[in-house]
Design a protein around this ligand. Structure first.
Ligand SMILES: C[S@@+](CC[C@H](N)C(=O)[O-])C[C@H]1O[C@@H](n2cnc3c(N)ncnc32)[C@H](O)[C@@H]1O
Length: 250
């Protein structure tokens, strides 16, 4: 049989063979198709479900004005959020889903000239706004703008002290792949911080798909090599959930 006809035959045979390992693979090793389900597409969602949760649509670049609104600090106490991160000069941080850079430049100020901020976005227009924001404040040299893809944050492995996602996780199209990559990008002992509007609280004036409950976040992150550390209850409307990549054993 010529090689061109042999290959498809071998592929079919390989697919029909039982798996080499007798036990079921861990959840984190399940094929991507099994992780997500298609379902009814509601007004703010994409009709793709993960752990029973419909993934929200991404906020477009036209939402940048809302992210930069003057009353944001007072409404969301973003000053308390930044304080709670306990950033130190020289820290290497990723602002993942950085938007127009609201948090990026504030983090860049705190990590100082010896620190670095990787600002990851999937929308090139958001990165343009972010770049202008940083240049205006003279902080561009501390920030590495990164154009990621929906499933790949394009971050270096084992390099980050902290990764911050503010109002981002609920709109990740590939939450499993992205979280796995973020866990790999942390240094051992590095922190992954998720800020999400409280899904348990009907008083929080945000659309349901843009909120998350603690139980849901913890269920979704439990399949990754991350430890839950704490939910810092310092914000008026949002959870501030801290996870950590376990420190390397001595
Ligand atoms: C609601 S905005 C929040 C922006 C910023 N964190 C803030 O609080 O000002 C969410 C951002 O996440 C970005 N985003 C969504 N999925 C992403 C992904 N897979 N990788 C990088 N950015 C993503 C969107 O483009 C959007 O700009």
């Amino acid at each position: 049989m010529p090689p061109s006809r042999l290959l498809p035959t071998l592929l079919v045979l390989a697919a029909a063979l039982p798996a080499a390992t007798p036990s079921a693979p861990p959840a984190s090793a399940a094929p991507p198709a099994a992780r997500y389900e298609a379902g009814p597409r509601t007004r703010d969602g994409i009709g793709k479900y993960y752990f029973g949760r419909e993934i929200s649509q991404v906020m477009g670049h036209l939402g940048a004005g809302w992210l930069e609104r003057a009353e944001r600090e007072e409404e969301e106490r973003t000053d308390l959020l930044l304080e709670a991160l306990r950033l130190r000069p020289g820290d290497v941080v990723a602002d993942f889903g950085a938007g127009s850079g609201y948090f990026t430049w504030r983090i860049a100020q705190r990590v100082g000239p010896a620190g670095r901020v990787h600002a990851v976005e999937v929308q090139p227009l958001m990165l343009e706004l972010l770049q202008a924001n940083l240049t205006r404040r003279g902080l561009a040299d501390r920030v590495l703008p990164v154009l990621g893809t929906a499933s790949d944050p394009k971050l270096p492995e084992g390099a980050l002290d902290l990764i911050l996602l503010v109002d981002v996780y609920h709109e990740l199209e590939f939450p499993f792949e992205v979280t796995a990559a973020l866990a790999r990008a942390l240094k051992p002992g590095g922190r992954l911080v998720l800020v999400e509007y409280r899904g348990e609280d009907p008083e929080v004036p945000i659309k349901p798909l843009h909120k998350m409950t603690v139980a849901q976040v913890r269920r979704e992150l439990a399949v990754h090599p991350l430890e839950f550390v704490e939910n810092l209850g310092v914000l008026p409307r949002q959870h501030l959930l801290v996870f950590r990549r376990p420190a390397a054993p001595r």
